[in-house]
Design a protein around this ligand. Structure first.
Ligand SMILES: *[C@@H]1O[C@H](CO)[C@@H](O)[C@H](O)[C@H]1NC(C)=O
Ligand SMILES: *[C@@H]1O[C@H](CO)[C@@H](O)[C@H](O)[C@H]1NC(C)=O
Ligand SMILES: *[C@@H]1O[C@H](CO)[C@@H](O)[C@H](O)[C@H]1NC(C)=O
Length: 308
């Protein structure tokens, strides 16, 4: 009887290590810091699988036909950027599929209507005024198989060219350079979207939602001791929000008016992880946590109860 009263609190503590349901992320929890997916955002978990290997994780929104975020472990790119061969996820349309992403058939052949219903397809982006913005970028993965796997439309959001080819591309390059030079262990990265207060859609078609901002954050605890002063505030955690609409207000990310015209209004603001979480919490209307205990080094609660 006595041991029973001990077991109950232990079990509930064990289940609440991440403070929530990890859903079907169980095969790919290694992409999350301390195996804990971000808290507060709900959607369809996808363990992104290509040629029978997992490469990163995505939380997908069926209604918006775009990801909320993608999470991965950074590795320095080795091979060159692959040709963009776009892929889709048959398992979103048909639960009997094996979970591997597959390339869209070459036109004029079409994917079946269940696929079109369940996710974004090539047609959505063709002739739109948005480019295909990677959340898990090809540049942050080592081998060509992983880089190829980022070209799935479930990892893509409509992103203005001024952001995708401008400040956001430079942010990705800066993060890559910093992590390649100074992160010795795993860098867990999560990149996601902030939706408009009232949704906007690609080509006004009520199919593919356009984000107002993109955000990105990483957590890396094992880093070099010789950090240059300019990078000191990038460790152990780093966060940023980027504009995807020149007409957005400047409360979250101010605009630098001296930029060249093509990039005007697409600024990226770097900030503390806690500031990012505050903005996400405001817009999502629920407490959002990106990393377990804000990327602190404390042991997960599951470890503390060993000696009973
Ligand atoms: C894109 O626009 C061009 C020119 O208006 C048109 O010929 C083409 O059919 C459009 N393609 C799609 C996929 O809508
Ligand atoms: C990556 O995609 C390109 C283009 O389809 C293909 O030629 C290459 O073999 C792929 N590489 C791997 C490792 O899957
Ligand atoms: C940090 O990373 C290095 C290189 O991978 C490894 O040798 C070392 O054990 C790591 N340190 C800690 C505290 O994990």
């Amino acid at each position: 009887m006595r041991s029973f009263t001990f077991i109950l609190p232990l079990l509930s503590e064990l289940l609440s290590i991440c403070g929530g349901d990890v859903g079907d992320f169980s095969p790919c929890l290694n992409y999350f810091y301390r195996a804990c997916p971000p808290r507060g955002i709900s959607g369809i978990p996808i363990c992104q699988r290509y040629e029978n290997r997992y490469h990163f994780a995505t939380l997908y929104s069926h209604e918006r036909r775009t990801p909320w975020f993608s999470a991965y472990v950074y590795s320095p790119p080795k091979d060159k950027r692959p040709k963009s061969v776009w892929k889709y996820e048959p398992q979103l349309a048909n639960s009997h599929s094996d979970g591997n992403m597959v390339p869209f058939p070459p036109p004029p052949e079409k994917v079946d209507q269940n696929v079109v219903e369940s996710q974004a397809v090539q047609q959505d982006y063709i002739n739109s005024t948005y480019t295909r913005g990677h959340l898990s970028p090809s540049l942050h993965h080592r081998d060509s198989e992983s880089r190829n796997a980022t070209f799935t439309l479930t990892n893509i959001v409509p992103q203005r060219a001024g952001s995708n080819n401008g400040p956001w591309a430079r942010l990705e390059a800066k993060v890559s350079k910093s992590l390649a030079a100074h992160c010795l262990g795993d860098a867990h990265v999560v990149t996601g979207v902030i939706p408009y207060m009232s949704e906007r859609w690609l080509k006004d078609e009520n199919r593919v939602a356009v984000p107002e901002y993109l955000w990105s954050a990483y957590c890396c605890w094992n880093y070099t001791q010789d950090l240059p002063k300019s990078l000191a505030n990038m460790y152990p955690a780093f966060a940023a929000i980027g504009r995807n609409d020149p007409d957005s207000s400047e409360e979250i990310v101010p605009v630098d008016r001296c930029r060249k015209k093509a990039e005007l209004g697409y600024d990226v603001r770097t900030m503390a992880l806690s500031a990012l979480e505050m903005y996400l919490t405001q817009r999502y209307g629920v407490p959002v946590g990106v990393f377990h205990k804000q990327c602190t080094r404390s042991e997960p609660s599951g470890r503390s109860w060993e000696p009973v």
